[in-house]
Design a protein around this ligand. Structure first.
Ligand code: GDP
Ligand code: IMO
Ligand code: MG
Length: 428
């Protein structure tokens, strides 16, 4: 058996939560491989909306297993809130959820450091979700981090206090006001809560599952354009959001990776700072934001909106070795006479199809215009019902990316998907 990977190809919020949940029926295990509570994965079914931050999006299927991989950074406080919320829906997830001992812990002082560092940057801030992600991964690579497995050790408090002191010294340099005590109290309670979950050697477990023939779907967080290596550095997150991150974030060998399912919105959004060549700053952007309800699932911040960027998508399809595509939020584009997609950039007077190294470089997108569709597609469930111009839009994307679009999502609900196999060019 292979590990399939589902990951975002843009700047996050592509609809990963919805699709992982919808695809969970085809798998036995859902395994998150990186990121932390900066993620907000929304699922909707039975007229209920759920937002997950740390817990894999397969959790609502009681017969499936879920793994939080070693590649994650976990804030016990956020985790406890998530679990408590699920308990409010009558769910006990203890049996189906496994947490890698090697995943790292976000301390309250990581969050404070995140805030202090962002404040100090002024207008050049990253636009972090302020969940402590950057500082927690910094400690991981700096070999000072606290891991989930450390909770079980006798010297846990000693290690915690050492790290906390380091952080407090750093915060002093920022001259940032803090009130740590209540945060620390809440965190310690949450640590005791976390302790009651199943801690595992994730890398052994996941390979054992593979060996016994279980079907595994690795769930990415954020998007490939926020990857620490390949995103618009420094306006990125602090983990590898691309496919290789599934190997290091779970402990599976590259050869075990099967399908790489790349998910993208039919247009683009971005939260936080950083380049966004196709951004629409006028009423068209506002229209996408309103119709698409483009407000962050984690922070509530309005998302920046723009036309589809095929330069970025070609890049992330390449980086991830994407084998099939899912396009979400096609319903949001209904009613536009013309849809624009960027196929190249003009940089310093030269046309290029590459993402520039320097994020400050002014980039002018080269657009191709495609005809829109007026039909409300949100209730459509079969490929035959889809408007011709939507099929044309998809066909154009497939041609440009050389990968088939196999699912189109037409609404937030679990069931609001249209399977396209054998419909378009790339399917023959
Ligand atoms: P994720 O981080 O990739 O899981 O995505 P988010 O949950 O942050 O953001 C996606 C938003 O779009 C959520 O509010 C979803 O409920 C919603 N959504 C997902 N797919 C569709 C779709 O096809 N159409 C519409 N209108 N909304 C969708
Ligand atoms: P999901 O999994 C969208 C963005 C932040 C900021 C940058 C760095 O829901 O798609 P961080 O908190 O990681 O230090 O922030 O990355 N960001 C996301 N944007 N979706 C996400 O996750 C994101 N996680 C981080 O807005 O620009
Ligand atoms: Mg999100």
């Amino acid at each position: 058996m292979k590990v399939d990977v589902l990951l975002g190809l843009q700047w996050g919020d592509e609809g990963k939560g919805k699709l992982v949940d919808a695809l969970t029926r085809d798998y036995d295990v859902i395994a998150r491989f990186q990121g932390g509570p900066n993620a907000g994965h929304t699922l909707e079914f039975n007229n209920q909306k759920h937002v997950l931050h740390t817990i894999p999006s397969g959790i609502f299927h009681s017969d499936k297993l879920n793994l939080i991989g070693n590649g994650l950074v976990i804030d016990p406080v956020v985790f406890k809130k998530e679990v408590d919320r699920l308990a409010g829906f009558g769910m006990n997830i203890r049996k189906n959820l496994f947490i890698s001992k090697k995943s790292h812990l976000i301390l309250p002082t990581h969050r404070l450091l995140d805030a202090a560092s962002e404040t100090s940057k002024g207008t050049s801030k990253i636009g972090s979700t302020l969940k402590g992600i950057g500082p927690a991964y910094t400690d991981k690579t700096g070999r000072e981090g606290l891991r989930v497995g450390d909770i079980l050790e006798d010297n846990f408090l000693e290690k915690y206090n050492y790290l906390k002191e380091q952080h407090l010294n750093k915060i002093k340099q920022f001259d940032y006001p803090i009130d740590l005590e209540p945060l620390e109290k809440e965190w310690m309670t949450a640590i005791e809560f976390l302790r009651t979950f199943q801690f595992v050697n994730g890398e052994y477990l996941v390979n054992e599952w593979l060996g016994t023939g279980l079907r595994i779907l690795a769930e990415g967080a954020q998007g490939s354009m926020l990857d620490i290596d390949f995103g618009s550095y420094p306006y990125v997150t602090s983990s590898n959001t691309t496919c290789a991150g599934a190997c290091t974030g779970l402990g599976v060998a590259p050869g075990t990776i099967g399908n790489v399912i790349g998910i993208f919105k039919a247009y683009c959004t971005r939260v936080g700072s950083g380049p966004f060549p196709t951004e629409l700053l006028e009423e068209t952007g506002e229209r996408l934001r309103t119709t698409g309800r483009e407000f962050g699932a984690t922070t509530g911040r309005p998302r920046r909106c723009g036309w589809l960027d095929l330069v970025a998508l070609r890049y992330t399809v390449m980086l991830n070795g994407v084998t099939s595509l899912i396009m979400t939020k096609a319903d949001v584009l209904s009613g536009f006479d013309t849809l624009r997609v960027a196929t190249a950039y003009i940089i310093n007077g030269k046309t290029t199809t590459e993402i520039p190294f320097d994020t400050d470089t002014p980039v002018e997108p080269v657009f191709t215009d495609l005809p829109g569709w007026s039909e409300d597609i949100s209730e459509m469930r079969s490929k035959d019902e889809l408007p011709e111009n939507l099929k044309g839009y998809i066909r154009y994307i497939e041609e440009q990316l050389g990968v088939p679009v196999t699912i189109v999502s037409v609404g937030p609900d679990r069931e609001a998907t249209v399977h396209l196999s054998s419909l378009l060019m790339a399917h023959g």
